[in-house]
Write a protein that binds this ligand. Structure first.
Ligand SMILES: Cc1cc2nc3c(=O)[nH]c(=O)nc-3n(C[C@H](O)[C@H](O)[C@H](O)COP(=O)(O)OP(=O)(O)OC[C@H]3O[C@@H](n4cnc5c(N)ncnc54)[C@H](O)[C@@H]3O)c2cc1C
Length: 459
């Protein structure tokens, strides 16, 4: 065995350093069948073990890629045969739920769904939610500053993190396990590790803010026939729901049609509308909330903002509406496929989408273009399948999406992060000075560049 691996084996114990088939029998990504490549995969059980492993890697200049649930969509989790993968899968404990303080203390390898279930059992609620909930981890959510489907009401992961513990490249454990909502005692160091995709430290534990569990959830799927009505529709719901609006998710017509083909999801609304919007509100008074929500839907209809609507009558029907938005199974196997995650002011979205779609259709007439996303957050996703092969196809599709974006004042990543996928386009959303400060932070905290090398910051 390579000497460093033998030493790491002594730190993490028998069976916790995987090599050879034990590595390649795993997949590179939760969505991919491609085998994982790595020098070894290490499974520490505590922050102390992470610290000892990183100290050794720092001394030996050994590159390390941290893995949570491997559901990231920017390539941040990608490893090469020279990298040591540090998987936090054994650090998945919920250490404490404090109902009075409304906090949960959790290890970074806990899945989002396990966290939801544990706090729900205490009558509490952790609002961050996204389609990959069953696999993605709290550490990954922090490292990517994940967004998801409730950001319009509760903010992104950053807004949920009260405190965290991270291990620096040289093994130093920085424990900032603050439990208070307010704490302005000097620099807020946890921000260094939120949204920095494992390039400045390994998140090992966190204190997260909880809310009271909502006792009412009202949902509607709407059909909208004109792009100019999307922004007014958002204002309509927000004005009338008095702070209860929790999701405002849009699907362009081609996306809805593609996921409701025969064999896909059943279509609850006719398939020929231009746009579909899934709206949800959470409250604490089921009867009054339902009445207000239905009145708001009716008023949208009377104002001519929507042309059709379906209100689910059961939990199963609600889940079905969400599956249409979140599970794009029917188009998932189209290859080559490129996914995007941009943000821009909501009022500019229809024009921007039209321009990108026109570029894609002109360049790849047989291709597919789908748009959907967290419209209420100014966040759009594209799935683009050009249905041709070319060596520089990815670069060409990137250019079709990102070239017009700067003109619209948008960002190349709204919530998925930069990873490797958008590194070459970071300059489109960040100034040279901002990128230089990122380099400065990276050099200061990880002088040998061992943590997630080649990710986020252009070389
Ligand atoms: C079906 C589906 C739906 C999705 N929907 C959304 C969505 O709505 N909103 C959204 O924001 N994202 C979404 N994503 C993307 C993804 O789920 C998130 O980025 C998630 O936060 C990644 O968590 P993970 O544990 O899988 O991290 P990984 O994929 O394992 O890693 C992601 C990045 O974080 C780093 N990392 C992981 N754990 C740690 C740690 N403990 N310490 C330091 N660095 C770490 C990795 O090195 C990598 O750079 C979706 C993905 C899928 C597959």
């Amino acid at each position: 065995m390579i000497p460093i691996l033998a030493e790491i084996g002594r730190i993490v114990g028998p069976g916790q350093v995987l090599t050879g088939d034990a590595v390649s029998s795993r997949t590179r990504h939760a969505w991919s069948a491609e085998p994982l490549e790595a020098l070894a995969l290490v499974r520490p059980a505590s922050s102390g073990e992470v610290s000892h492993v990183l100290r050794l890697c720092h001394q030996h200049r050994q590159p390390v890629v941290t893995h949570g649930g491997r559901t990231g969509l920017s390539g941040g989790e990608r490893a090469t045969a020279a990298d040591l993968v540090l998987s936090l899968e054994r650090m998945n404990r919920i250490e404490e739920i404090d109902p009075a303080g409304r906090t949960v203390t959790v290890q970074a390898g806990c899945t989002l769904q396990a966290l939801h279930e544990a706090v729900d059992a205490e009558g509490l609620y952790f609002p961050l939610d996204l389609g990959a909930r069953g696999s993605c981890t709290v550490g990954g959510n922090i490292a990517t500053n994940a967004g998801g489907v409730t950001v319009i009401r509760y903010g992104m992961m950053r807004a949920q993190v009260l405190g965290l513990e991270a291990v620096l490249a040289d093994g130093t454990v920085v424990s900032s396990m603050n439990r208070m909502l307010k704490n302005n005692s000097g620099y807020d160091l946890k921000q260094l590790f939120i949204g920095t995709e494992g390039t400045l430290g390994v998140v090992t534990r966190a204190v997260l803010a909880l809310r009271e569990r909502p006792s009412s959830v009202c949902t509607v799927l709407l059909a909208v026939d004109d792009a100019s009505k999307l922004a007014p529709l958002l204002r309509h719901f927000d004005q009338r729901l008095g702070g209860q609006l929790s999701s405002f998710e849009a699907m362009w017509g081609d996306y809805y049609r593609a996921v409701t083909v025969p064999g896909g999801h059943a279509a609850p609304l006719e398939r020929d509308h231009a746009f579909y919007v899934l709206v949800e509100a959470q409250g604490a008074d089921p009867d009054a909330d339902a009445a207000r929500f239905e009145a708001t839907v009716a008023a949208a209809w009377e104002a001519g903002l929507v042309t059709d609507a379906v209100l689910p009558k059961s939990r199963a029907e609600r889940d079905h509406l969400w599956a249409i938005r979140e599970d794009f199974g029917p188009i998932r196997h189209d290859r080559p496929m490129f996914t995007y995650d941009v943000s821009l002011p909501i009022g500019l979205m229809p024009d921007y989408v039209e321009e990108v779609e026109a570029r894609v259709r002109a360049r790849w007439p047989g291709g597919r273009f789908y748009a959907f996303g967290h419209l209420g957050d100014g966040n759009l996703h594209f799935v683009i399948c050009p249905r041709v092969e070319a060596a520089d196809l990815h670069e060409q599709v990137d250019a079709a999406v990102y070239e017009p974006l700067a003109r619209f004042g948008g960002a190349v990543s709204a919530e998925h992060g930069i990873g490797t996928e958008k590194r070459a386009w970071l300059h489109a959303s960040r100034s040279p000075e901002e990128i230089e400060v990122m380099r400065l932070l990276k050099r200061s905290l990880d002088p040998h560049g061992i943590l997630n090398p080649g990710k986020v910051i252009p070389g």
